[in-house]
Design a protein around this ligand. Structure first.
Ligand SMILES: C[S@@+](CC[C@H](N)C(=O)[O-])C[C@H]1O[C@@H](n2cnc3c(N)ncnc32)[C@H](O)[C@@H]1O
Length: 283
């Protein structure tokens, strides 16, 4: 993947010198990069990218200097303030700056803070959303984040707070009661506490859960489990972050929608996993 893929003809915006564009790179599969992000990559002088950006896509911008600004839980990493100020510096030096973040820059990605700092320093910005792992990653596992027979709302939760601990400011009782489906980012480290809090809040131990690691990449792994057994099952699996954890009955839909298994020749495990006994579209 060394050539930059062509863009279809369109009146693409120009990334001007002195500007910073904060772009989402999607969860990993290069095909999930948006055309706007590709347009930015073709014009950038410098790309400041995060740990979860698929490195192969950087080949699409051979003209750009690539600067790694990764931050992974528990490992020594660039400080957020330093990253933001570095972006300001690059913009002030007249560079066309692309800040490339995994997934969507405004979903648990600190894109809001970076954009705010840039604007506070008078640097013009553009925001280009991306496909977030909590939606696209689940789709690659055959799990629809909403399904009419399961949920009318979905809650996206972070399993870390700023200190790296389980967020104590979160009202797990309210979260538990608020949505039929919960999608947890950065939840692996504290899975025991998170699962315990949800069980304490009354979610059943038998509730279906899925853990999807390295979603949308060739290394994707999916574990189907339950709230009561999730901690032990994760430990036994040896699965490693990055992971998206989904709690709720929509996980059952994977029994029919695991399209990657179907593509590999498997038969659907269960054509009616929610036991509707009706065609899927019957009201
Ligand atoms: C700092 S957050 C960034 C989220 C990102 N902005 C997004 O919208 O997907 C990092 C977390 O996102 C999740 N994540 C990102 N990419 C992932 C992937 N390919 N597979 C599974 N989880 C992923 C994991 O929970 C990871 O710990």
């Amino acid at each position: 993947m060394t050539d930059s893929p062509p863009l279809p003809s369109f009146d693409w915006p120009e990334l001007k010198p002195g500007w910073v564009w904060l772009c989402g790179a999607g969860p990993g599969d290069p095909g999930l990069v948006t055309l706007h992000t590709l347009n930015a990559m073709k014009q950038a002088d410098v790309i400041v990218y995060d740990a979860l950006v698929e490195p192969a896509i950087l080949d699409w911008a051979p003209q750009a200097e690539a600067i790694y600004a990764g931050k992974r839980g528990g490992k020594p990493s660039a400080k957020q303030r330093d990253i933001s100020l570095h972006l300001v510096e690059l913009a002030r030096a007249g560079k066309r700056v692309l800040r490339l973040k995994g997934g969507d820059p405004f979903v648990f990605g600190r894109g809001g803070e970076e954009a705010q700092t840039l604007i506070q320093h008078g640097v013009p910005v553009r925001i280009i959303p991306g496909i977030s792992a909590g939606i696209g990653g689940l789709a690659y596992a055959g799990i629809p984040v909403t399904h009419r027979d399961v949920n009318q709302s979905v809650t996206f939760v972070t399993g870390h707070d700023q200190s790296g601990e389980t967020p104590t400011s979160l009202d797990w009782q309210a979260i538990s009661k608020g949505s039929q489906v919960l999608v947890i980012y950065m939840g692996m480290k504290h899975i025991a506490r998170i699962a315990g809090a949800l069980l304490d809040a009354g979610r059943p131990a038998s509730e279906p859960c899925a853990v999807v690691t390295s979603a949308t990449t060739d290394a994707q792994q999916v574990l189907e489990t339950t709230l009561g057994t999730m901690e032990a099952d994760i430990a036994a699996s040896g699965m490693e972050p990055p992971a998206i954890i989904c709690v709720g009955r929509s996980v059952l839909m994977r029994q029919v929608l695991d399209w990657q298994a179907l593509e590999a020749g498997a038969a659907p495990r269960n054509l009616d996993p929610l036991d509707r006994g009706l065609p899927a579209e019957t009201v």
